[in-house]
Design a protein around this ligand. Structure first.
Ligand code: GLA
Length: 390
């Protein structure tokens, strides 16, 4: 553990003690993520390739056995929220507390005897930036309860339960990528995940060793998945799969794409959605084989293609994200694309180490010229997944 994360764990534990009157049983951390490639494929049983950010949600937690669940967030402030585990009900809570409470609900609903907890949370994952701040909150609570109640669940199982909390308790129809990334990623690697059976492969991804960097550009345009557009895309994909007679779009082979599109006739919207998902799954497989053969720079054009597909076919980009990609590529980036659900949030930019200042400046100037809010640019280093820190 780095000194700064040890200090963060100390601070969260100290605040817990002030709030609840005794030291926590432990402190856990779970990261946000960026997705290198494989967007809007996870709810189509497809492939994704996220890696964990150094930014984490940190939870100080003590176990309780009296059915009481107390929640507090350093980021939201305000008083401690007190609930009872028996009283938890899906979609009854529109506050931030729905994420941790939803995890308790999902664990109990799956038959795990979670009998209450005191929780204090603090997160450095930017909220609403497409970097999975909600998944980090869910997974850190799931991991803490897994340890404190000796549930013996594996990372992928904690991810599934966290996704269920978000789908059913919070009411957002997200896929499995973000929670699995937060639970299962490893430092120095990207996670190649098959979202159908959750089989995983850790792919070494050490850009610094090869003289490159990956920048995250947070456009500061806020997005929210529970607000309809995400669900509409998901329904359109399900419609496409039904029309093609497959369980999920993952089952349409890339080589059969033209034939499949012809079978969809003149339903232009469904054709676009299907084309994105099938080509994006193919791009993930191409990126994996390039990385495994040590040809890292060659992934750049695939990132740019992926962005065009999200912009033109899937239609989840926005002017700010397009501006990051166009500007960065014109300024010499190896590749760039939006990352996460879209409609705002963040883009990633793959650059040669020496180009970081010029490309950052080009993006900032383009934003200023367009009258957009100043973006936040930082470097993403593939970091560790969820773990106990104290
Ligand atoms: C959000 C969702 C994920 C995934 C991405 C798009 O981050 O939480 O499940 O669908 O959008 O790839």
């Amino acid at each position: 553990m780095s000194e700064s994360s040890a200090a963060a764990a100390e601070a969260v534990a100290a605040r817990f003690e002030e709030l609840y009157g005794s030291a926590p049983d432990g402190v856990w951390a779970a990261p946000g993520r960026v997705n290198l490639i494989g967007e809007h494929t996870d709810y189509n049983d497809g492939f994704v390739m996220p890696f964990a950010l150094p930014h984490t949600a940190v939870a100080a937690v003590s176990r309780r056995d009296d059915g009481v669940l107390r929640l507090h967030s350093a980021d939201i402030g305000g008083p401690v929220v007190e609930l009872t585990v028996d009283g938890l009900a899906p979609e009854s809570d529109k506050r931030w507390t729905a994420y941790p409470a939803g995890v308790v609900w999902a664990l109990r609903e799956a038959g795990h005897a979670v009998t209450g907890a005191d929780v204090h949370l603090a997160s450095t994952v930017p909220a609403g930036a497409g970097l999975s701040s909600s998944a980090a909150l869910e997974v850190v609570v799931a991991l803490a309860l897994n340890d404190l109640f000796a549930l013996g669940l594996r990372g992928w199982q904690l991810a599934r339960l966290s996704q269920r909390a978000e789908n059913v308790y919070v009411g957002a129809p997200v896929g499995i990528m973000d929670q699995t990334a937060s639970a299962c990623c490893e430092a120095g690697h990207a996670l190649f995940l098959d979202t159908r059976d959750l089989s995983q492969r850790q792919i070494p991804f050490d850009l610094a060793a090869e003289g490159m960097r990956l920048l995250v550009v947070d456009t500061q345009v806020k997005h929210s998945h529970s607000e309809g557009e995400y669900g509409k895309r998901r329904e359109g994909c399900e419609k496409g799969a039904a029309l093609l007679g497959v369980d999920a779009l993952r089952d349409v082979p890339y080589d059969d794409l033209d034939a499949a599109l012809a079978r969809l006739g003149d339903d232009e919207e469904v054709r676009r959605l299907v084309r994105h998902v099938v080509t994006e799954d193919h791009r993930v497989e191409q990126v994996v084989s390039l990385l495994e053969s040590g040809d890292t720079r060659a992934i750049g054009p695939l990132l740019v293609e992926g962005h065009a597909s999200l912009r033109d076919d899937f239609r989840v980009s926005c002017p700010e994200l397009d501006l990051v990609v166009d500007t960065a590529v014109s300024a010499g980036a190896l590749g760039a694309r939006m990352t996460g659900g879209g409609f705002g949030g963040s883009a990633i930019v793959l650059v040669e180490e020496g180009d970081v200042p010029t490309i950052t400046k080009a993006v900032e100037e383009a934003f200023a010229a367009a009258g957009f809010k100043t973006p936040r640019v930082f470097e993403a280093v593939p970091s560790a997944g969820a773990r106990r820190v104290r």
